[in-house]
Design a protein around this ligand. Structure first.
Ligand code: ADP
Length: 821
């Protein structure tokens, strides 16, 4: 009996279902049809030709352009227990002869070759005698001179096919193909009535975030700090910029490497390998980096500068999330990027026609950055693909951050520039707006302008950011001026500026926020990662070939210790289980023993409410994001803060418990009949359609009297707050994180010190009151005592906030205890 494709997928790859398009493609091939498949990067092309290779009799030849990829693919197959080999110029003569001998003996199901090999008569003559089931051409766009990486050697493929006595099934795969390229692939390869599959270019797992901000460094550092333990790439436009970012991160002790054309081949190779093997977490690089990098667990890509074209952008962000898991792409944009790219086109391209095309592409990239619609839709349209509706996974769709109306401030800046008459640089404009007594300002008599000093409430740095943001949104313009000491930028008004002044348009910005890592700290996971690296080193393969990140995460959260439990994890097939399963099980068992975790009762507690005191809930991130979006809409409608609608914890609890009707919704903490009346219908609609779309098997568990523990977090708010303070987080940060007022946090600290605990963290108490307020509060304390805050508040003017009172009292107490505050 023939083995079914799905059985192969499960046995060797450990996956339970096919992805979009895979099954039909595989069926076409098994039914002896030629195939052209256009699938996005990470869509799972390899499975499409590898599974048929195992179903069909004979050997499949895979033609692939890159030596490094070939080796990775073959290593991955070998680890899965599939007989495969590759031939390319990196082999010694002895190795090559050994492989030819094995081909002769029909030892392989798959043979990867570089197109150059198809010239060798020895190879052709050998293959003529063999039963070749399929010739699969990977990166098939390389055959077309219209393709972005045309390889002349690909033109040899059709001659090779013709030279065979029996024509095998011919299949071609690529991630990007315009109509011209598609036509070339079919014609040059002479595909016979091929079944053509286009599953689109969309990489649904990549979120696209474009941030217009002048404080790139601050954003970058925040981001990296929030995404520790994840692999990522930072792309910068020039070598100089790469070097400076690299140095900055190295100084802060991040695990970082660099890659650009100024480094020697050896160093580049070494750095690249360290990154692929997870020895280094962050790669800072120019666009020279990435071609042929087969690393699956790149979780984020940050563009420190805007790239030169949408093609470049999409190709570079495409390096994230090849394992299909959610990954983030952030483009940090300032108008200066356009100047840098123009300069690079100017000095890098001689041919006037190519220069013209490149400028056009650059303009399209700039248009994308400024567009207000769904970014993904614009990108897909650019490639001739369509997206219905909006993606809900880009910063324009998600509307992240609050929208703030900055029209008035913008008018102040614009009218100041108008009054200054000539074009000046940003520094001079800032000086005037902040009322500086700088000599140049006085000389020009700018201190007599009505706009002199009208923006003193801004710090110089914040004002610079604001002006740059105005430029980035096209409300002002930067012009380069050539002077005796080289070129210098000045700022001038444009049509948009005039419309702002006339109140014809509003200036509204979205505050951009740095997202948090999806990674949940987990010691067992760390131990499994370590074991994976060890196995990879011993076998000279990359870690992801052993198991992907998601597999290790599942192992660590389910405590899999039996074969059945292991095999039920997506990505663990029987063959790999036989090879490595026990090693991973041993680590998990060791961990359970060490921490005295009783797996049985733990699972029982999770599944059965009888004897536990906790109801453990794990956030379903995707559903949680959807609920947050809904909450944001309500918050905007009701003009209030999102957490006043429903707290994060309530949304997390909903996402992990999947209530399906009003009665179940009523069992969620933080939501009662009034809120159910207002928001229940929308929430249930989202939850129910999410369950349906994702085939989630839900079993409702009532809370009864159990305490809900979300994502393993059983600490109380005051404990979390103090842990965060001890980790160096600020009070403001914690207040936002816990959705608790600053005054409550100050109260936690007060109680903590009163208990006799020592504090080793820095407090910025002076930020919460001014001297005058302090005096009034101290007077009130003397009159009414310090314990009853509400009494003090009642007896003070309204403008004095709770947080000021608490800060003053805490400071007083700390001083008494001998702290230097
Ligand atoms: P492509 O060549 O299209 O960029 P790959 O073939 O390298 O993509 O596949 C990307 C990732 O997706 C690999 O980790 C692969 O094992 C995984 N994958 C492929 N098919 C499936 C599937 N049906 N279920 C789960 N994961 C899959």
């Amino acid at each position: 009996m023939k083995i079914k494709p799905l059985d192969i997928l499960s046995k060797y790859y450990g996956y339970t279902s096919f992805r979009k398009g895979q099954e039909s493609i595989i069926n076409s091939i098994i039914n002896k049809k030629d195939v052209l498949a256009i699938m996005p990067t990470g869509g799972g092309k390899s499975v499409c030709y590898q599974v048929p290779a195992l179903c069909l009799e004979g050997i499949t030849i895979v033609i692939s352009p890159l030596i490094s990829l070939m080796k990775d693919q073959v290593d991955t197959l070998k680890v899965m227990g599939i007989d495969a080999e590759f031939i390319n110029s990196s082999l010694s003569t002895t190795e090559y002869n050994q492989i030819l001998e094995n081909i002769e003996l029909d030892k392989y199901k798959l043979l990867y070759v570089a197109p150059e090999r198809l010239d060798s008569m020895e190879f052709i003559n050998l293959m003529k005698t063999k039963n070749i089931s399929q010739i699969a051409i990977d990166e098939a766009h390389c055959i077309s001179s219209w393709g972005h990486d045309f390889r002349p050697s690909y033109k040899r493929i059709p001659y090779f096919i013709k030279s065979l006595n029996i024509r095998p099934i011919v299949t071609a795969f690529t991630a990007t193909a315009s109509d011209e390229v598609k036509y070339d692939i079919m014609n040059i390869l002479d595909l016979q009535k091929p079944d053509v599959y286009i599953t689109g270019f969309d990489r649904e797992n990549l979120s696209i975030n474009i941030v217009k901000s002048s404080s790139k460094n601050r954003y970058l550092l925040d981001y990296i700090e929030n995404h520790k333990n994840e692999s990522g790439i930072i792309y910068a436009a020039t070598r100089k910029e790469v070097e400076s970012i690299y140095e900055g991160l190295l100084k802060r002790n991040y695990s970082v490497s660099k890659y650009h054309a100024g480094l020697t081949n050896e160093i580049r190779k070494e750095n690249q390998e360290k990154f692929i093997n997870d020895e280094i977490q962050i790669m800072v690089a120019t666009n020279a980096f990435g071609m042929g990098i087969d690393k699956f667990n790149v979780r984020w890509v940050i563009h420190y500068n805007m790239p030169q074209s949408i093609e470049n952008y999409y190709q570079e962000i495409g390096r994230a999330g090849r394992d299909g898991e959610a990954s983030e792409c952030v483009l940090l944009f300032t108008p200066g990027d356009v100047h840098t790219q123009k300069y690079l086109v100017e000095v890098g391209i001689d041919n006037p026609e190519r220069k013209r095309i490149q400028y056009k592409k650059l303009q399209q990239m700039v248009d994308l950055v400024y567009s207000n619609g769904c970014y993904r839709k614009s990108i897909l349209n650019y490639f001739g693909d369509d997206l219905e509706g909006k993606c809900d996974n880009c910063s324009n769709c998600l509307n992240e951050g609050e929208v703030v109306d900055k029209t008035l401030d913008a008018q102040k800046v614009i009218s100041c520039i108008a009054r200054m008459k000539r074009s000046f640089g940003a520094t001079m404009i800032i000086d005037v707006l902040r009322g500086s007594k700088n000599k140049k300002v006085i000389e020009q008599k700018f201190d007599s302008l009505t706009t002199y000093g009208i923006m003193k409430n801004y710090s110089a740095e914040d004002l610079k950011t604001f002006i740059n943001t105005l430029v980035a949104h096209g409300f002002l313009e930067v012009v380069e001026n050539i002077g005796v000491r080289g070129s210098f930028p000045t700022i001038k008004l444009n049509e948009q500026s005039m419309r702002v002044i006339k109140n014809e348009i509003k200036v509204e910005f979205k505050e951009s926020r740095v997202t948090k890592s999806r990674y949940v700290e987990n010691e067992l996971y760390e131990r499994l990662v370590e074991l994976r690296s060890e196995i990879a080193r011993e076998n000279y393969i990359a870690p992801y070939m052993v198991f992907g990140d998601s597999v290790l995460k599942s192992m660590s959260s389910t405590y899999a210790t039996t074969k059945e439990e292991m095999i039920s994890i997506s990505g663990v097939g029987e063959i790999k289980y036989e090879k490595y399963g026990n090693k991973f099980i041993n680590i998990i068992k060791e961990y359970l023993l060490e921490y005295g975790i009783d797996k049985e009762s733990n699972t029982k507690k999770l599944n059965n409410n009888e004897d536990g005191e906790f109801l453990f809930v794990n956030t379903d991130i995707k559903l949680y994001e959807k609920l947050k979006e809904l909450r944001l809409k309500y918050a905007q409608k009701e003009k209030t803060m999102p957490y006043r609608i429903l707290s994060n914890n309530t949304l997390k609890e909903i996402s992990g418990r999947y209530p399906k009707d009003n009665i179940e919704l009523n069992d969620i903490s933080g939501i009662g009949p009034v809120k159910i009346d207002k928001y229940g219908k929308d929430i249930l609609e989202i939850v129910n359609s999410y369950i349906k779309e994702n085939n989630i098997d839900t079993l409702w568990k009532e809370k009864n009297k159990l305490k809900v523990v979300i994502d393993g977090e059983s600490r109380k708010n005051n404990e979390i707050a103090l842990d965060l303070l001890n980790q160096g987080k600020s009070i403001e940060y914690i207040s936002e994180e816990l959705e608790t007022s600053i005054s409550t946090i100050l109260g936690y600290i007060y109680d903590y010190v009163k208990e006799g605990q020592l504090i080793n963290f820095k407090l910025n108490l002076k930020d919460f009151y001014n001297n005058e307020e302090k005096e009034i509060i101290l007077d009130a304390c003397r009159a009414f005592g310090e314990e009853k805050i509400s009494v003090i508040k009642k007896n003070l003017p309204d403008y004095i906030k709770y947080e000021s009172i608490r800060a003053v009292i805490l400071e007083k107490y700390l001083e008494k205890m001998g702290y230097n505050v």
